[in-house]
Design a protein around this ligand. Structure first.
Ligand SMILES: Cc1ncc(COP(=O)(O)O)c(C=O)c1O
Length: 434
């Protein structure tokens, strides 16, 4: 089962049940119920290592927005990745996970004063400045603490990454960063030079997510290096750090063909070396920030089939016991995830069915036109591929569903990563009026 979007240890046992990390899905759901996120530890660690190996000399940083929980951050931390956080909540989670603050990078296009101050207090590695207001806020906060904030400026480089419009970030008219073509990046840098407590030590540019080719990443490297070189010439300041963001695409279905990490790394590193040589610019310390590519493919979601409605000449609707509250991606981005029958194998002829969740929304899709065996039955378990990124981290309690548990599996062992919510949890923060 190694081909396609399934985690590396996915296999079938003698009875035909899907196993991950050597554990059969039925065993997992009997213990933790459905829906359930199952994380293949070997797969996740291998992806961290592939990035480190594929980008020699580069600081690989995990974009924790993809999935931010104590266990996930601890695993990634153990693999030697730095971690980027994009809110006070993600920062808190990383600190609670025991990650050294000096390995954290703080992002966000509207960080609160409290978030900025907390970052200064704990001493994060870098703060990525996204706006003029933030430059001023940081100057005030760092002065009050008697420290100098070492920051990167987030540049909007004017690169259209040809991905879904909700995950494009590098084009000119974006909410993130200082737009290069409009002179905002230059203005931010010039303003920063006059500050006493903020020191710009590098720049950052993230162009988007779920990108398949290397060209947009190469273009990003070239544009940002050109900028660094121009600032050196114009201001006599040689910035030594360049963060090229994340965004490499992953396989959600057999039709997705992302570039392998080592090719991506090679292409980017060669482009950087060449451009540095052309510009006579000293090679900066590079950073990359993958999120999806680290946790996405390692995880599958298990659901139980609850109802099957076959409309003659129309759609066969297969309803499962979760949906948009545990995976908003199909509703949000028209995303497709491969689905398979997990509890058994079947020789029955496949037929295209539409797998939906149990929420009160017609957009609550799991997968349209999924080819599943014609004898699919109520009680069968379905597995949905590549659900580690932007699913648990975007989960909700819509329709007051409890959020699922997540487990980590390896060599036949199961460890709980996130406990399943209870009905008590659902009303825990509600304040009754009588
Ligand atoms: C600043 C920044 N870095 C990294 C990432 C990670 O992107 P991906 O999960 O596609 O690798 C994101 C995603 O939105 C981001 O906004």
């Amino acid at each position: 089962m190694t081909a396609g979007p399934w985690p590396m240890t996915a296999a079938r046992d003698g009875a035909g049940a899907l196993t991950i990390g050597g554990v059969a899905v039925g065993e997992l759901t009997a213990r933790y119920a459905t829906p359930l996120w199952v994380v293949d530890e070997e797969d996740l660690r291998a992806r961290c290592r592939a990035y480190v190996a594929g980008f020699p000399g580069v600081e690989v940083t995990y974009a924790s927005k993809a999935w931010c929980s104590l266990g996930i951050l601890q695993l990634v931390d153990e693999e030697g990745l730095k971690i980027d956080v994009a809110s006070g909540g993600e920062l808190h989670t990383a600190l609670m996970a025991g990650v050294d603050p000096a390995r954290l990078i703080l992002h966000g296009n509207n960080k609160s004063v409290a978030e900025l101050d907390q970052a200064l207090e704990v001493g994060v590695f870098r703060i990525v400045v996204d706006s003029f207001e933030e430059l001023e806020r940081l100057e005030r906060l760092a002065a009050a603490r008697g420290v100098t904030a070492e920051v990167w400026l987030r540049i909007t480089p004017g690169i259209d990454a040809h991905t879904h419009e909700y995950v494009r970030t590098g084009h000119d008219d974006a909410k993130f960063g200082f737009t290069l073509s409009l002179g905002l990046a230059d203005e931010a840098f010039v303003r920063s030079l006059a500050l006493d407590h903020v020191e710009v030590v590098g720049i950052h540019a993230h162009i988007g997510s779920q990108i398949f080719g290397t060209d947009p990443f190469i273009a990003n490297a070239e544009v940002t290096l050109d900028l660094l070189s121009r600032w050196r010439d114009e201001h006599g300041v040689t910035l030594a750090e360049l963060n090229l963001g994340g965004g490499m695409g992953i396989r959600y279905t057999h039709e997705d063909h992302p570039v392998e990490v080592h090719r991506y790394g090679k292409a980017v590193l060669e482009a950087v070396s060449e451009r540095c040589e052309q510009l006579g610019y000293p090679q900066p310390q590079l950073f990359v920030e993958p999120g999806r590519a680290i946790v996405g493919p390692s995880t599958v979601t298990l659901y139980e089939v609850g109802t099957i409605k076959a409309l003659p000449g129309l759609t066969t609707w297969v309803s499962v016991d979760g949906g948009m509250s545990d995976n908003i991606r199909p509703a949000l981005y028209d995303a497709e995830h491969e689905v398979l029958l997990a509890s058994r194998v079947s020789d029955a002829e496949p037929r295209a069915v539409t797998v939906v969740g149990k929420h009160c929304e017609s957009g609550d899709l799991v997968r349209e036109h999924a080819p599943l065996p014609g004898d699919l039955a109520v009680g069968d378990l379905l597995a949905v591929a590549a659900t580690g990124a932007y699913t648990a981290s975007m989960a909700s309690n819509y329709n007051r569903l409890v959020r699922p548990a997540a487990v980590l599996v390896r060599d036949g062992e199961v460890r709980e990563l996130v406990r399943r919510e209870t009905l008590e949890d659902l009303v825990r923060l509600d304040v009754p009026l009588r």
